[in-house]
Design a protein. Structure first.
Lengths: 621, 184, 259
């Protein structure tokens, strides 16, 4: 580990920082990339490093520290030469991640979150890394390792102890499979790079085709893509550098979703082509991909794909010889922040700021990246747009339902024989998906992720469509052996980790909700706490600044209604009990006084969960 | 007078101070001569005023000042909750732990080590079984038992206490307007 | 009271409020002498929209069902400080639901920080306290976080007590926009979000803040305090001893030039 003294960065550190700053022209807008690249070289962001970056970008130091402090993947304290982060989605837990992580910690003599005394390694959890179909998964120095087993834990512990560089670890550890199980119009598209661009007619005609196709945003919100592009195209850039931008939202953070990873791994050209089509329509010369930090391993392959496209004149000046059709794409890495999937938080992050959602209006189509008109679209939306540019609006409109045209990629994980990517025309029934992926004895599906809808068997005839169950693509399956309270509690913890903290209801409400769920889990809950939970959920839903807070209580609300016994079996008959164990509250005094007489205890039996449930794999410890 | 309305019996009121300074009780005495009206309506059970040591099982109202800082506080609070129909947290300490809770930012073991360190003789924390053990943290009352009403103030003024109690005794949900509701 | 240009107005709890183009709901309401609770809104600064105390409902509807029942469809909830006023819209503020929401938000702030009013120099003129009084918040209700936060006494004239921070960012905004010093910023996120100072040591004493700066005089609670000036006004004569926070709403109306 490099040592940064408090009275300034070492000469070696300063050279690294200087090189990164030069590469980015000291541009404050590029702060995220600067911080990441410096950290990749120096291991962490020391106080002196932050000062040097502030000086080099002209930003106030506190602003730089504030950005570094916002993102999970930036660290302002040394966290070891190897930083291991276990994906903590419920699907990872169902595959045994808790026990495996405990095994790793035990073998390394570590507690979660602690750094080893020799500064070699730290082990902790992180939000869903998007490997749910091949978990349990972890990141080691932000590179994904999939299909963890006890044997693989032992191997990794050994590699870490022997200080083997990651590049020399067995390649199969880092293998990420696509697991495409069902292909439809998009994945079977059969397009070659450039096909969509060669098919382009005028921007207006292309826009008309996108509008006529009925394409709607695939991130989940379902706004008409054609309308969004039209608003953006009609908006006028402002200031000294007026411009239009296209942004591809590849911050796929919703727990249980991984379809954008597969699109970017296997169909990157289609996505870039969609961005280029969008740029052509809205009049943008620049496109930006916001790639989630968990997908850092895709950066080099994607940059290579961009190089190939430039070489083939599918990007750059006068694309395919069309004078005036200039467009290029750059990839910006995120750094571990679910909230940046919200498009205005994403824009803030792209501008090198804390990922806090903006006030709306104004909307990104008029005031987006750097205040300029910006079309922000999901990865899958852009890929679909490329397809429409070739095959035409009528062909696309004929797929799916009247209100939801086209197909949807579902990321299927959890209790089923064949997890992976399933592409269906819109309108597919939940029960169809369950049958196709080999799910048995299913008691619930969590559709659209932690913020989505918890669907019980009585609703399995409902359809995946904007008019029924809209989804960004996450489809997590729970069979009869699972405890739905544990699922909801896992999501309650997730929102505490991922709230940006801007507004009161979300910043405090997510923590209060988590605490109430923990209290029930610990056997201290009563009707009093259920009433409090409803009050917290109402506050989150009514007053939160963005969708994250507004939906943070959804899963608890759904499970309280549809899986109420899983709560009731944990409740005390008493209306109220303390959240903490009274007898344990005397522990420190017993320690210092050495007393163990009756007066040194409360003789109140600590009530365990009466049901005995909650001990299965998948139950948060 | 409506003949159907039964004559009100006197309500039994119990009071105590846990981790408090008795300031709220002192403020209670600031209702001055109105205490004569009050004793027409209530009968005091366990209270520093009566020196009765334990609650009768049929108390109507329990008024508690101070937060919960030790084992004895917990036992007394449980006795009040068990024997009183309505429990009131009176004053800042009862409501959020108040000044005693400012120790919560420190580990109790460190505090005792500092307090009971004797030069050259180490640390000897008193361990007589008669002395109630301190809790790891000081808690407001409502974190330990269910509390029905809260009367803030440090202390609440005599007028605030009077208004609160007369509302309650009349069967109204107590409300304190401007000037009576205070957190200090 | 401002007169709406072109006679534009909206209804706030059924009372007509005139407004000028570009005004938000809260700006128009306060100018017209109608109070809407707020903490992060400040008349001299651009709206922020983080505390959510000023949440209102807009354009609720009452419909009659087939069996003759009237049902109220709640309008959308929005922070009135960031929502532009629109002609003819119906805004609800003093409803039982919204008052309860605001009490819950105050309680959330009370348990998140360590708010011991009896020992706080700001007591009696603290906006959080004043709002609690006005809304009738009798207790924090939720379990206290008892979060461990620091006090920074490194500056000769200014004391920082982070225990009381409600993260309204008024000092951040004042230092950036008015003082042009960027003394304060935020770091962390979610429940670890916290105020930081612009120095490598993290200490206020190592920044260039002065006691006369706007940032040193804008804190609505007891975080940024002037040394040697505590408890100057006797109990009973302090701001919220004399009048409730909702008294004379025009005092919070936006400063004309900056609208």
């Amino acid at each position: 580990m490099p040592n940064a003294s408090s009275n300034g960065a070492t000469a070696g550190d300063r050279a690294v920082i200087e090189a990164v700053l030069v590469r980015h022209g000291g541009d404050a807008v590029r702060l995220m990339q600067i911080l990441r690249e410096v950290q990749e070289e120096l291991g962490w962001l020391s106080p002196a490093t932050l000062t040097a970056i502030a000086d080099g970008t002209g930003l106030p130091r506190a602003r730089v520290e504030g950005v570094a402090g916002f993102y999970h993947f930036f660290h302002t304290e040394p966290l070891g030469r190897y930083r291991v982060l276990w994906s903590d989605n419920i699907t990872d837990r169902m595959l045994g991640s808790s026990d495996l992580m405990a095994r790793m910690c035990k073998k390394l003599w570590l507690k979660p979150g602690q750094v080893s005394e020799d500064q070699l390694v730290s082990v902790d959890t992180t939000s869903c890394t998007g490997m749910c179909d091949q978990g349990p998964a972890l990141l080691v120095n932000y590179r994904p390792v999939t299909r963890m087993t006890a044997e693989r834990v032992d191997q990794i512990v050994d590699l870490i102890r022997r200080k083997i560089p990651l590049d020399d670890w067995p390649a199969e550890f880092f293998a990420v499979e696509d697991n495409i199980r069902r292909r439809d119009a998009l994945l079977d598209g059969g397009l070659a790079p450039g096909d969509a661009l060669r098919a382009l007619r005028s921007p207006q005609e292309t826009l008309d085709a996108i509008k006529a196709s009925g394409l709607r945003g695939r991130g989940g919100a379902g706004f008409s893509t054609g309308q969004k592009w039209e608003f953006c195209r009609n908006a006028v850039g402002s200031g000294a550098n007026p411009a239009h931008y296209v942004v591809c939202n590849a911050d796929e953070g919703e727990p249980g979703t991984f379809k954008d990873r597969v699109l970017l791994s296997s169909c990157a050209d289609l996505v870039f082509e969609g961005m280029t089509v969008a740029g052509y329509v809205v009049g943008a010369r620049k496109g930006l991909v916001y790639l989630r930090g968990e997908y850092r391993y895709l950066l080099e392959p994607l940059n290579a794909a961009l190089e190939r496209r430039r070489a083939a004149n599918l990007l750059g000046k006068s694309i395919l010889g069309r004078i005036g059709f200039d467009f290029d794409i750059e990839i910006h890495m995120g750094a571990g922040a679910y909230v940046c999937g919200e498009e205005t938080a994403l824009l803030e992050s792209l501008e090198g700021k804390r990922g806090v959602p903006r006030k709306r209006p104004p909307f990104p189509v008029t005031n987006g990246f750097l205040g300029q008109p910006t079309a922000v679209n999901n990865v899958e939306t852009l890929a679909s747009a490329a397809l429409i540019a070739v095959r035409g609006a009528a062909w696309y409109k004929a797929i799916g339902t009247a209100k939801s045209s086209g197909t949807k990629l579902l990321s299927v994980s959890g209790d089923c024989a064949r997890p992976g990517i399933y592409e269906y025309p819109y309108g597919v029934k939940v029960e169809q998906v369950l049958a196709d992926c080999g799910a048995r004895d299913t008691q619930a599906c969590q559709i659209a992720g932690a913020s989505g809808l918890c669907v019980a068997p009585a609703e399995f005839k409902r359809r995946i469509a904007f008019e029924d169950i809209p989804t960004g693509g996450s489809f997590m399956i729970f069979d009869n052996s699972r405890d739905m309270f544990a699922v909801a509690r896992n999501f309650a913890h997730f929102f505490v980790d991922e709230s940006c903290g801007f507004c009161t209801p979300c910043r405090v409400g997510t923590t209060l909700l988590k605490n109430a769920m923990d209290k029930i889990n610990d056997g201290h809950g009563g009707e009093y706490d259920i009433n409090d939970i409803w009050r917290i959920i109402r506050t989150l839903k009514t007053a939160s600044h963005c969708g994250l807070g507004q939906t943070a209580g959804n899963c608890v609300a759904d499970t309280l209604q549809k899986f109420r016994p899983s709560y009731e079996l944990r409740l005390n008959v008493h209306d109220f009990e303390p959240a903490f164990d009274l007898d344990k509250a005397l522990s420190k005094m017993r320690e210092v006084t050495g007393r163990d007489d009756p007066g040194a205890h409360f003789h109140i039996a600590h009530r365990k969960s009466k049901s005995g449930i909650g001990t299965k794999a998948g139950d948060p410890a | 007078m409506n003949a159907a309305t039964p004559v009100r019996r006197k309500l039994k009121v119990a009071t105590t101070s846990l981790a408090g300074c008795f300031g709220c009780h002192m403020s209670f005495l600031d209702i001055d001569e109105r205490i004569l009206d009050l004793v027409e309506l209530v009968e005091f059970d366990r209270s520093p005023i009566t020196d009765i040591k334990h609650c009768s099982p049929d108390c109507d109202i329990g008024v508690i000042e101070g937060g919960v800082c030790n084992a004895e506080n917990v036992h007394v609070l449980h006795e009040f909750r068990k024997n009183c129909k309505i429990l009131i947290a009176m004053g800042a300490c009862a409501i959020n732990g108040g000044l005693p809770a400012q120790r919560n930012s420190l580990d109790i073991r460190d505090i005792l080590a500092a307090v009971y360190a004797q030069p050259g003789r180490g640390v000897h924390v008193p361990n007589d079984p008669e002395i109630p053990l301190l809790l790891n943290e000081v808690h407001p009352l409502h974190e330990v038992v269910k509390i029905d009403y809260f009367l803030p103030g440090c202390p609440p003024s005599g007028d605030a206490i009077w208004t609160f109690l007369t509302d309650l005794l009349a069967g109204r949900t107590p409300t304190l307007g401007h000037g009576l509701i205070h957190y200090d | 009271m401002s007169n709406g240009q072109d006679g534009k107005s909206f209804f706030l709890d059924d009372e007509e409020i005139p407004f000028e183009d570009g005004q938000t709901i809260i700006q128009a309401a306060l100018s017209a002498g109608k109070y809407i609770p707020h903490l992060c809104y400040h008349p001299e600064f651009k709206p922020h929209g983080s505390c959510k105390l000023c949440t209102v409902r807009i354009d609720s509807r009452t419909i009659t069902t087939e069996d003759g029942q009237t049902v109220k469809i709640p309008g959308r909830a929005a922070a009135s400080c960031t929502t532009p006023a629109q002609d003819g819209q119906h805004v609800e503020s003093e409803t039982p639901e919204l008052l309860d929401l605001r009490r819950t938000l105050v309680q959330m702030l009370l348990v998140e920080g360590n708010h011991y009013c009896p020992s706080c120099e700001k007591s009696g003129k603290c906006m959080l306290q004043g709002l609690g009084y006005d809304l009738g918040v009798m207790s924090p209700h939720f379990p206290q976080y008892f979060s461990k936060r620091e006090v920074d006494a490194s500056h000769p004239d200014i004391l920082l007590d982070f225990n009381r921070c409600i993260l309204c960012e008024l000092c951040v905004r004042a230092s950036a926009e008015v003082d042009k010093k960027n003394v304060f910023s935020l770091s962390g996120r979610g429940n670890t979000k916290h105020l930081i100072c612009n120095s490598e040591s993290g200490l206020l004493g190592d920044t260039n803040i002065a006691a006369t700066d706007k940032a040193a005089n804008v804190c609505p609670v007891g975080v940024i305090l002037h040394k040697r000036h505590g408890f100057e006004v006797p109990y009973g004569q302090r701001r919220f001893d004399r009048a409730p926070i909702s008294d004379n709403p025009v005092q919070y109306a936006p400063v004309k030039e900056q609208v």
